[in-house]
Design a protein around this ligand. Sequence first.
Ligand SMILES: Nc1ncnc2c1ncn2[C@@H]1O[C@H](COP(=O)(O)OP(=O)(O)OP(=O)(O)O)[C@@H](O)[C@H]1O
Ligand SMILES: [Mg+2]
Length: 226
Amino acid sequence: MDRIKTGVKGLDDRMQGGIPKNSTIAVIGTFGTGKSTLGMQFLYEGLKNGENSIFISLDDDEDNLMATANEFGWDFEKYIREETLLLMKLSAIDIKTSLLRIRSELPRLFKAFGTKRCVFDSITLFELLFKDENERRLIVYDLTQIIKSSGATSIITSETDKTNTHASRFGMIEYVTDGVLFMNYHRCENERTVKLSIEITKMRRTKHSRDIRTYEINDHGLEVIT
Ligand SMILES: Nc1ncnc2c1ncn2[C@@H]1O[C@H](COP(=O)(O)OP(=O)(O)OP(=O)(O)O)[C@@H](O)[C@H]1O
Ligand SMILES: [Mg+2]
C-alpha cells in the first residue's frame, strides 16, 4: 500500500510511514491547536515532490494563508507561480447556495488540476450553516464524498465539540472519513504550561500507534516530540 507522508516529524512513523494514498483524513482539534498549519505542512510536503495540491479555505483568504506559510518558510508563492498549488478562499454561504454547481465543478477541477493532495479547512464553518440536523448530515456526507472521490489524498479539518474534546463539533466527520487525528490542549497540574497533544484515533488499513503524544509548533511547523 502506498503511503503519503504528512511531513510532520514524529507522526508518519506512527502509522506505517504515512496516511494511505487516496484516503481522506479528519483533523479534529480545539482552536489554535494547529489544524490549518498541519494542512499547509501536508501540502508543502507534497509540493516539494511535485504533487499538485489544492487548499480550500473557508476561513483565511489567500493573503493570510500565504503569510502563514511564509512564517514557516514554506514558499507557497513559488508553487502558485509554477501552477502546482491552488489556494481557494470559498465562503461557506457560497458553497451552500451554489452546492449544485460545486458538486459538478469541484470534481472537474480536482481532475483538471491533477490534484494529488487536498485540504478542506474547515468543515465546521460549513456545518454551522445548517440548523436542520438531517439536512446538515446529508450535505456534509455529499461534500465529503466529492472530496473522497477526487482521488487526491485529503485532509478535512474540524473543530471539536464544546464539551467533548474527543468528538467533532457536529459528531459526523469522524465517521465518514478514513482516518482521524485529534489535537488537544493538555494542562498539567503543577506545570505552568499548556501542552499540545495528538492522537491517531482511526486510520483504516493501518497498524497505528494509539499513544497520546506531545507535539509543538515551532518555526518549521508541527513536530511530535515525545
Ligand atoms: N512560529 C510559530 N512558533 C510557534 N507557534 C506558532 C508559530 N506560529 C503559529 N504558532 C501557533 O500556532 C497557532 C495557530 O495555528 P493554526 O491557525 O494552524 O490553528 P488552528 O487549529 O487552525 O486554529 P483555529 O481553530 O483558530 O482555526 C497559534 O495560535 C500559535 O499558538
Ligand atoms: Mg484554522
